[in-house]
Design a protein around this ligand. Structure first.
Ligand code: MG
Length: 368
């Protein structure tokens, strides 16, 4: 089987509500999505998506995905998309780094491979759990009252996991954490996500002031060096997110004991092929995993769900899905959707959901 044609679409995905991160430092209103269709000489078509969370969040850029695909397309044309490692190596040779530009190609290749094998991607990767995965809500940086309201709104849609965004003002963060812990229900999963918003000193102040609560913090400071500098000075479990980009990062975090949880965002780490190695490093070191689309449509959420299904139930905390935050739906309600706060693995071969091509935006490039 050979890749014969790559089509690239761009569409803006507006957020239902403006979204603030990192103590109000970063504001987001629209996501720039790139959808990639890979056609083959076997008549099988695969779809991939790359949707960074804006261009201020991490080093990832919507137009950069399209430019990256233009550079890589001649190197992957004619390859067998079922041989995902060959495609990965060709992309890495053509364009070192730029992992976020590679993830939609990787995803489309896995989609083709799954359809060719007549298996859902998770099963093709070695076996997918059918236990529904809890979706984590995303509670943007807000006041105490707004935080309560947003959590309640998600609870009404069945959500039992919440990622509460903090970071910035130390006293306000402490007050919001204490308030959320007050209203937290038994069985609810709450992660306090700082998104790099604290200095080392701010991190230690909040962590010591909330030590009695034993809550988990995600990405408290900017770098792994910062997180390493905090270790031994607090007892809170740590999840790493933005600092987990390469396999080398994963190895360092595991070896040096910098975190108890990996937050794996598929677009950031370069797709399923590379993320699966991080999963294995995590599991080999007693580290749990939280799997996320970086943002985007139900396609990106479904990709995250397939990886989550390959993690043992006990080690997979939740998935983050973006679809409930958007005002447009490129797949007409198809694919895994929120059912009582959970996503269910699709049984159809490949990814399990394709977009309505006429619901997509502009066809921006075709490579033959
Ligand atoms: Mg995070």
């Amino acid at each position: 089987m050979k890749i014969t044609r790559i089509s690239v679409y761009q569409i803006d995905l507006p957020l239902e509500h403006p979204y603030w991160l990192s103590g109000g430092r970063l504001k987001f209103e629209v996501l720039d999505a790139t959808l990639v269709k890979i056609e083959t000489d076997a008549g099988i078509t695969g779809w991939g998506e790359g949707t960074p969370w804006g261009h201020t969040y991490v080093p990832a850029h919507g137009p950069g995905i399209r430019a990256g695909i233009e550079t890589m397309a001649p190197f992957i044309m004619g390859l067998d998309p079922r041989r995902v490692l060959d495609v990965e190596r060709a992309m890495d040779l053509a364009l070192p780094g730029h992992l976020y530009a590679k993830s939609p190609i990787d995803m489309a290749c896995w989609d083709v491979a799954g359809q060719a094998a007549n298996l859902p991607i998770a099963d093709l990767m070695g076996g997918g759990s059918r236990t529904p995965r809890a979706i984590a809500s995303s509670v943007g940086a807000k006041t105490i009252e707004e935080t309560r309201d947003v959590i309640e709104r998600y609870r009404q849609r069945g959500y039992v996991a919440h990622s509460v965004k903090i970071g910035g003002d130390v006293e306000r963060d402490i007050a919001r954490i204490r308030d959320v812990e007050d209203i937290r229900r038994s069985g609810e999963i709450v992660l306090y996500d700082v998104n790099r918003g604290w200095t080392r000193q701010q991190a230690l102040r909040v962590m010591s002031a909330t030590e009695d609560l034993n809550v988990m913090f995600e990405q408290p400071c900017e770098t792994l060096d910062d997180i390493a500098a905090l270790s031994g000075k607090h007892s809170a479990p740590i999840s790493v997110d933005e600092s987990l980009v390469t396999l080398q990062d994963a190895a360092r975090i595991a070896r040096d004991g910098l975190a108890e949880v990996f937050g794996i965002k598929l677009n950031r780490v370069g797709g399923l092929t590379k993320a699966a190695r991080m999963r294995d490093i995590a599991l080999a070191h007693g580290i749990d995993i939280f799997v996320m689309a970086t943002g985007g449509s139900v396609l990106a959420d479904t990709e995250a769900l397939h990886l989550a299904a390959t993690i043992p139930d006990a080690n997979c905390h939740a998935v983050w899905a973006c679809q409930d935050m958007l005002t447009v739906d490129i797949a007409g309600g198809r694919g895994p959707r929120n059912i009582d706060g959970h996503l269910h693995l699709p049984e159809s071969p490949g990814l399990g959901v394709h977009p309505d091509e006429n619901a997509l935006g502009d066809l921006v490039a075709v490579y033959l």
